[in-house]
Design a protein around this ligand. Structure first.
Ligand code: PEP
Ligand code: MN
Length: 370
């Protein structure tokens, strides 16, 4: 059961509702405060045997906007009843992840050296973008492959982000201790930027990592769907993050493994963008680089990576995660799928066209009604 309070409800209102909730036997109470640009929304979750709890116990309390009985299993991330788009998303330093716009996170799959970080961030910023990706901790399939520069590169990555005005860096973590390393490095650098903690496909069911990402509330999380598990299992994994207290999560589609001799590195699953948007309140990201995994183009001259990213955007994705490298031929990880810096303005224009198509389709749908 979720008790939704009126926007900007004060601590007295929250306390009264929590007290009434705690009077019910076996019920655990979790309060989530979502601070938007103009309003703060508070939701109080009652977890446990809520069938016995009457809605009337709450509907008449001052400050209670509504009481939602959650039948489905995605209590925190699920889209309940007929919730509309206003329940989607969050804000990170003025960058909104709420479906009203699209953000391109293009950058290094793996940080290799300072010069490449500098060049990549300069190219990103030149396009007016304030978001990028920078992999420091790399979960590689083989132990003999490059494992990432780890915490040693964090100080120059954050310093250069400050220099170029980069506001958010998507950065993968593979163990809970790395969250502290990242936070310590951000603090040491004077917090010139922030990090969106990325949980990769190989850790999609690493429950201790999911819980750790949920227990800290400072950094938002980018969860990448498990490549060999069901969508339902991936959504349950996200519920681990949210139920620990961090609702600022983006759900990323990145392709899935099949044994069908796929022409791409993974089977592109961006047809699931509308599904995730329907089932949850999460903003959706698509990663065309790790799903396609190669630089091939169609005879029309458009790279497959552009095509599938566009497919995600026209389906309403809020974010795209793309590998970009100044010299893909010397990249230490995933060079073949990296776009080059001169391709970035083209990619950005391509995204703009696709977003416009989505907005037109949205207007048309509104005109046509349900
Ligand atoms: C990545 O984004 O660098 C990555 C390893 O992705 P995935 O977890 O989707 O394979
Ligand atoms: Mn990669």
């Amino acid at each position: 059961m979720i008790i939704l309070l009126e926007p900007d409800s004060g601590p007295d209102v929250v306390k009264t509702v929590e007290t009434v909730a705690r009077q019910h036997k076996g019920i655990t109470v979790k309060t989530q405060v979502i601070a938007g640009e103009r309003h703060t929304v508070t939701e109080i979750y009652l977890l446990g045997p809520t069938r016995e709890v009457s809605e009337d116990a709450f509907t008449h309390l001052p400050g209670v906007a509504s009481v939602v009985r959650v039948a489905r299993k995605y209590r925190m991330i699920g889209r309940h009843d007929d919730e509309d788009e206003t329940s989607v998303g969050f804000d990170v330093d003025g960058v909104k992840f709420d479906g009203s716009t699209f953000h391109l996170f293009a950058g290094l799959c793996a940080v290799d050296n300072r010069e490449h970080v500098d060049q990549t961030m300069a190219a990103v910023r030149q396009q007016g973008l304030v978001t990028t990706r920078m992999g420091a901790y790399k979960p590689r399939t083989s132990p003999y492959d490059f494992q990432g520069r780890g915490k040693d590169c964090l100080s120059y990555v954050f310093e250069l982000a400050g220099k170029h005005g980069i506001k958010i860096i998507a950065m993968e973590i593979t163990s809970p201790a790395q969250i502290d390393e990242i936070q310590a490095a951000l603090d040491a650098a004077g917090n010139p930027t922030t990090v969106m903690l990325q949980i990769g496909t190989r850790n999609a069911q690493n429950f201790e990592l999911l819980k750790a990402a949920g227990q800290q509330k400072n950094l938002p999380v980018l969860f990448k769907r498990g490549m060999g598990i069901t969508l339902e299992e991936s959504l349950n994994a996200v519920e681990y993050i949210a139920s620990e207290g961090n609702p600022r999560i983006v759900f990323c589609l990145r392709g899935v493994k099949t044994h069908l001799g796929d022409p791409h590195r993974n089977l592109v699953d961006f047809g699931h963008v509308p599904v995730v948007r329907r089932l949850t309140r999460l903003p959706v990201c698509v990663d065309p680089s790790h799903s396609v995994g190669r630089p091939d183009r169609t005879p029309d001259g458009i790279p497959d990576i552009f095509h599938v990213l566009g497919q995600g955007i026209v389906a309403g994705a809020s974010m795209g995660l793309v590998d970009l490298h100044p010299k893909p031929e010397v990249a230490l990880c995933d060079g073949p799928q990296a776009l080059t810096l001169p391709q970035l303005p083209w990619l950005q224009q391509h995204c703009g066209i696709m977003r416009e198509a989505y907005e037109k389709a949205l207007t048309l749908a509104q005109e046509k009604g349900s």
